[in-house]
Design a binder for this molecule. Sequence first.
Ligand code: FAD
Length: 457
Amino acid sequence: MTNMFDIQIIGGGLAGSEAAWQLAEAGLRVRLSEMRGGGDTTQAHESDRLAEMVCSNSFRSDDAEHNAVGLLHQEMRALDSLIMRAADAHRVPAGSALAVDREGFAAEVTRAVEQHPNVTVMRERVDGLPNHPTIIATGPLTGSKLAEAIAAETGEGALAFFDAIAPIVHRDSIDMDVAWMAARWDKGGKDYINCPLDKEQYDAFVQALIDGEKMPFKEWEKDTPYFEGCMPIEVMAERGPETLRYGPMKGVGLDNPRTGRWPYAVVQLRQDNALGTLWNMVGFQTKLKHGEQVRIFRTIPGLENAEFARLGGIHRNSFINSPRLLDPQLRLKSSPNIRFAGQITGCEGYVESAAVGLLAARFAAAELSGETLPTPPPETAIGALLAHITGGADADSFQPMNVNFGLMPPLTERARKADRKKAYTDRARTALAEWLQSIPPCREAVGRGTMRSMVEG
Ligand SMILES: Cc1cc2nc3c(=O)[nH]c(=O)nc-3n(C[C@H](O)[C@H](O)[C@H](O)COP(=O)(O)OP(=O)(O)OC[C@H]3O[C@@H](n4cnc5c(N)ncnc54)[C@H](O)[C@@H]3O)c2cc1C
């Protein structure tokens, strides 16, 4: 097999496999470097197959009318996604969710990528940043030497190793007749949403955290220490009844306009995206089971009807500060030969990772053909996800993110609550169709190209 290639992809997970397929279908020669099968592995993968699903076997909801991830499935199918094609072919019954036979799924992706005449799969670990066109899709468990090389290039000190994530709430589901906007000691703008608790409510809340069912640790996670700044709230609650009141639930300096007094305790939410549609619960990282989070957090005054765009969780996760480091085409600003894709960009989940892999490949294919692919509109699920990780999110508090309607621009026309999700997905379908019409088909990319220059590897 030839050593000549147009572009290298590092990492054959969900994102890297999708990217390899897209580039190969566009007629570009791809070297896909995957360390599993070459003597290395990660703490979560169990096989040498490409696109292995490390935990659940679900691509989540397949409802493209009322669910943002279902919409993303539909958009990816329209973009000829290999991951979606293999998922559909290996679907197992799971109600409205798209769950798959994980082995059949990964085997099919592996076969499709390995057998593609434009792809050479190399079972090799890459430790440094190449100086030719590359997509880095090494995921949350990126090899440590490559992680160090990325840190050295980006000047970010280190990849952000992240232990815990806090829940994110849709702004329009917060009861502002109970909560109010203010900053502690009135410093700066009224930047936080504050939900007040009295002593009785606080005591019951702390007890619920202690009693709530937690997600079990994997064997290899057991010795992972918490960052002090990322301590799960239930662990703080266990340290003593007052711990949270002296930590993230501190009420001092926050005048409640309805009582004229500071609350006994408070839950603060901070804006999480540029649109102001998503707010994260400050300091509320947790390892409670998802159902328990919803039940317990809805006892917080003002959050009785909270809708969660993302629930909290804890697992080892490395990602780069994409809003700061990447341009809208997923290129590293300091080294535009290099693109990033998948979970390492700060998207969260199998589907999102594959979607960002698909986009990185389409952008690279266009560029290698001397063209520029316009970014998909933010009204689409895939465009909203891209916009979030490449600038819509606040770089200072950037955390991994699932696709959700809160990433999209708010609807301009009034819709009844029951009709809102459908209005988002209808608008997205129109926007995607217009975008697809405005871009050339991927398969023709190379024929038009002028800038293609092979790399010898
Ligand atoms: C423990 C755990 C559980 C998870 N559970 C879920 C879940 O239930 N549902 C969900 O949607 N998401 C889950 N995720 C997130 C999941 O990892 C991502 O959604 C998805 O796998 C990311 O796709 P990716 O392609 O970016 O990375 P991966 O699928 O992890 O692929 C990255 C690939 O890069 C390879 N690699 C790494 N470093 C190098 C190197 N230096 N050289 C060559 N190859 C390299 C790895 O071997 C791997 O094959 C979980 C993550 C973890 C860590």
